[in-house]
Design a binder for this molecule. Structure first.
Ligand SMILES: [Mn+2]
Length: 339
């Protein structure tokens, strides 16, 4: 845990006038929720603020307040470059390494603006001037809530900001069920609900938005593609580019599919492989002690959290990647089976 003092944060925010908030590539609920919560708060304190994302993000996050003002680097690289060049303070949220930004990382690297990391991922890089970092936090949204309160902005947390924060906490905790959820998390949620937001609206907006083809894709994954290895308490699912096309794949459609095999009794390690743009992307999830962050870092150019991580294959062949994964499993048998 590395949390700088609020007197330092207050002084820095006070003297900064052009603020940029950046989050990671392929933003998820926590990335957009935390970025837009901080954005809406800073706007209320009369700061000039812009959220820049490396690329686009799923439509089920487009209802978050401030979404229309977000600048996508992949669509507007020049605008993003100007904003970064003119900024005096850059918040980087829900990641801690420029490698998670693709091209946008170079812009940040060459910027002289002060940098702040607010994040809960393992092993933060040292590019920031100030840190609000805690791997024990269930989400970056939990940290942004504390951050706003720490800056003295509790009264400014309205229904819209609360909805952003609620979204990130909900999506990063599997709807409040992971071990990262603490009494503090629920106290924060209670406070957010007291603004009058309706949890059922948020759940519906995020989770009940699938297309028919997405639900069919899930069915296909579970009936045709799921491989279960009971003796290793492991299951995996893979999808080729061709299969994704067959189900009219849209961004975000495969999100969460990795978790489904956990509903099988005894499964503690899940992997999901997908092929696209000549690359193989992998998601790893575990229950209990097996550290998928280390696993992804060591073997698949990735990282994340102890129980949730992502990576990329060294080879751009789906079957070869799966074979590599399968060959590694026996070495990790003890770790996977450890309770
Ligand atoms: Mn997060």
């Amino acid at each position: 845990m590395q949390k700088d003092s609020f007197s330092k944060f207050k002084a820095l925010v006070k003297k900064s006038n052009n603020i940029v908030i950046v989050t990671h590539f392929n933003p998820d609920g926590d990335a957009m929720g935390s970025s837009l919560a901080l954005y809406n708060y800073l706007v209320k304190t009369d700061k000039k603020v812009t959220v820049i994302t490396p690329n686009d993000y799923p439509e089920f996050l487009h209802w978050l307040a401030g979404n229309k003002k977000v600048v996508e680097y992949s669509k507007q690289p020049k605008k993003a470059a100007t904003l970064v060049a003119n900024s005096d303070l850059i918040f980087t949220l829900d990641f801690n390494n420029y490698s998670r930004l693709e091209g946008l990382g170079q812009l940040l690297q060459s910027s002289t603006a002060k940098k702040v990391i607010i994040d809960h991922h393992q092993q933060p890089d040292n590019y920031a001037d100030l840190y609000y970092h805690d791997v024990k936090a269930c989400s970056t949204c939990e940290l942004v809530y504390e951050f706003i309160v720490g800056l003295g902005g509790k009264k400014l947390i309205d229904k819209h900001i609360a909805a952003c924060l609620y979204t990130g906490i909900m999506t990063d905790t599997g709807s409040f069920r992971f071990d990262s959820v603490t009494p503090k998390t629920h106290l924060i949620l209670a406070d957010l609900l007291s603004t009058g937001l309706k949890p059922s609206d948020i759940h519906t907006s995020i989770y009940d938005t699938y297309s028919e083809s997405r639900v069919k894709l899930l069915g296909y994954c579970l009936t045709e593609k799921m491989v279960v290895i009971p003796e290793l308490q492991t299951a995996y699912i893979s999808l080729s580019e061709k299969e994704l096309k067959r189900f009219n794949h849209q961004k975000g459609d495969t999100e969460g599919i990795v978790n489904y095999p956990f509903s099988i009794k005894g499964i503690t390690f899940c992997a999901f492989f997908s092929e696209g743009d000549g690359k193989i992307k992998i998601s790893f999830r575990s229950k209990g002690k097996f550290d998928v962050n280390q696993f992804a870092r060591k073997h698949f150019n990735g990282g994340g959290h102890i129980n949730a991580a992502g990576g990329r294959s060294n080879v751009n062949d789906l079957q070869k990647t799966i074979n590599e994964f399968l060959n590694l499993l026996p070495t990790y048998k003890k770790d996977i089976l450890k309770k």
